[in-house]
Design a protein around this ligand. Structure first.
Ligand SMILES: *Cc1c(COP(=O)(O)O)cnc(C)c1O
Length: 340
């Protein structure tokens, strides 16, 4: 039985569900972990997460397929990326198998919150880890909490994926050799001001350039870029300060193996962006958001597909990847993870 929720009118906001998974780390080890009902966390005011932002997170979705299965997409990749984030923040790795098992248990427990097939909605899962014990001298915590909660979210695009307009930001997202390549809350704290300014100016997102030279394309606050050349080559920016998007890595495989495209993962100069035929943003939330226009200090770059629809290559990739996610197209081994 589904909960009585108006699935097709859901937005992207927090709705408290019945259960969450919690595991605690103390004296050098993780406990067994459990599904609990309590959505509140009570901590010392001096907990490391509050003072020094020792926190990382993940994001993935569970959804219903046409044949009634509840599935999620490549959760092992989220587990691995969270382990990489934890390492960089001097936090203990949460074991990959345990992470995937915790995803299962949270979705199973909250089955009634998984939107029915055809609504376009999904159950968004938010795994995260925080340093919990009091720390006042600057050093890592030695007690941690790992938690996964979930919330039903609506379709990212209501009434078709319209291309968006973005701006080249004067702010930087990540420093060379910094933390841009991990999913840390601190990367988002500093992006709040630039995104607020961009929204006030009427732009949907910021395009960040590399902080070192400001000549190369990095990503937006929460999505990687994909570009397509006029002759149909997929190009994705490569940099040590870009967050390795699971959607982007999946898109590269889909473009090459399913769409027969040439794929290049390399540095992308901002000066070559005007020559691309198509541009999009990719991430778990939207899969791909087409970009129609980029504003750069008084100059506009307009992509040929215009502001009404996705370009043809982007559409092909989008349809194929979402087809694999929905189990309508057979994907590579292990991509679709069946929960029940
Ligand atoms: C999460 C995130 C993405 C998208 O990653 P997916 O794994 O595809 O959801 C891209 N950029 C940043 C900065 C992110 O935090």
């Amino acid at each position: 039985m589904s909960k009585n929720i108006d699935w097709s009118n859901l937005g992207f906001g927090y709705i408290k569900t019945d259960y969450r998974y919690v595991s605690k780390y103390k004296d050098g080890k993780w406990d067994d972990g459990a599904i609990v009902e309590d959505d509140q966390i009570t901590l010392s005011e001096c907990a490391c997460v509050f003072q020094y932002c020792q926190a990382c997170f993940e994001g993935l979705k569970a959804y219903t397929t046409a044949d009634g299965k509840i599935v999620c997409f490549r959760p092992d990749m989220n587990a691995q990326r969270m382990a990489d984030s934890a390492k960089r923040l001097v936090m203990p790795e949460f074991p990959i198998d345990k992470f995937v098992d915790a995803v299962h248990r949270v979705v199973e427990a909250n089955k009634e919150f998984v939107p029915p097939y055809g609504t376009g909605a999904s159950l968004y899962l938010r795994p995260f880890m925080i340093g919990t014990n009091p720390v006042i001298g600057v050093k890592p915590a030695d007690e941690f909490e790992f938690r996964i909660f979930c919330t039903p979210v609506g379709p990212y695009f209501k009434g078709g994926a319209k291309p968006i307009t973005i701006k080249v930001s004067d702010f930087d997202r990540a420093a060379p050799n910094g933390t841009g390549n991990i999913k840390a809350g601190l990367n988002y704290a500093m992006s709040l001001y630039p995104i607020t300014v961009a929204h006030e100016e009427g732009f949907a997102e910021n395009m960040y350039l590399d902080a070192g030279t400001r000549t190369k394309v990095e990503e937006t606050g929460g999505a990687n870029f994909i570009f397509v050349t006029k002759d149909g080559t997929l190009v994705t920016p490569k940099s040590d300060s870009i967050l390795p998007s699971i959607t982007r890595r999946s898109i590269c495989e889909v473009a090459e193996k399913y769409c027969g495209m040439k794929v290049e993962h390399r540095e992308v100069l901002f000066s070559e962006v005007k020559d691309f035929a198509e541009c999009g943003l990719c991430g778990t939330a939207a899969v791909i958001s087409p970009v129609g226009k980029i504003y750069d200090h008084g100059t506009e770059i307009c992509f040929p597909a215009g502001m009404e629809e996705m370009g043809p290559y982007t559409k092909k990739i989008y349809d194929t990847l979402t087809g694999i996610q929905k189990c309508e197209i057979e994907g590579p081994e292990g991509w679709v993870h069946v929960i029940e």
